[in-house]
Design a protein around this ligand. Structure first.
Ligand code: IPE
Ligand code: IPE
Ligand code: MG
Length: 217
């Protein structure tokens, strides 16, 4: 079984740089390369949708120079990407600069008709915030049931999040897709994100294929 939708919690970029005596920002530039490598393999293996956790709501608490280093990497990629993936974003983009938001509009517009991997980027995203926002939107519409509620989440329209892969050794979700993760399979690896290879993707998908999913039944 190949998961319909994989979430990647791309952790360990800062440590990767620190271990080399480099500034943490070097870890984000390298992290982008790893992201592209991982996503290419993910697509090759037949996964249709991937969500990558690039910056959490809580990450705004980091030093300004670190958040802007991450935003720069994202912005430059948005402006240059011209491949076949369909790119979308979720999260509080209003908390980023106008320039970053412009670059998001550009890449989302430019790739809207693409039929390759659906690449959903969680930026300024927090699962608790997303649930609260969805509750607010659902309440404004009237009667709430699970289908109408799910339609108000940022992930509306995406297939079920079958698998979450977290690099960097920590075994937690850190706010990633809390509602959607209810029955996701979880895969943790000690590899720091910039060290992630095609083989790590194969290992995660292999492990997923061996899991027995019961959904409570
Ligand atoms: C994760 O990498 C990416 C972001 C939070 C933007 P980290 O920056 O958390 O890297 P570590 O965990 O400190 O190594
Ligand atoms: C989770 O990593 C967020 C992203 C990968 C974007 P963190 O490094 O922010 O998570 P904690 O603080 O270790 O839980
Ligand atoms: Mg971290």
């Amino acid at each position: 079984m190949i998961p319909a939708h994989v979430g990647y919690i791309m952790d360990g970029n800062g440590r990767w740089a620190e271990r080399r005596g480099l500034p943490r920002s070097a870890g984000y530039a390298e992290g982008l390369k790893a992201m592209l490598r991982v996503l290419r393999r993910t697509e090759e293996r037949g996964v249709r949708v991937a969500t990558v956790y690039a910056f959490s709501s809580e990450n705004f608490a980091r030093p300004e120079e670190e958040s802007s280093a991450i935003a720069d990497v994202v912005e430059r990629w948005n402006r240059s990407y011209d491949g076949g993936w369909k790119v979308t974003y979720m999260g509080e983009l209003s908390r980023f600069s106008e320039r970053l938001r412009e670059s998001v509009a550009l890449v989302v517009g430019r790739t809207a008709e693409n039929e390759g991997l659906r690449l959903n980027i969680a930026l300024g995203y927090g699962g608790r915030e997303d649930i609260v926002n969805a509750a607010r939107r659902a309440a404004a519409k009237g009667e709430i049931d699970s289908a109408s509620f799910e339609n108000c989440l940022s992930s509306a329209g995406l297939p079920p999040l079958d698998l979450i892969v977290r690099s960097g050794g920590e075994k937690r979700l850190s706010g990633f897709m809390l509602y959607e993760a209810a029955y996701s399979e979880l895969y943790f690896t000690d590899a720091l994100w910039p060290d992630m290879t095609e083989e790590d993707v194969d290992d995660a998908l292999g492990e997923f294929a061996r899991r027995t999913r019961k959904f409570g039944a």
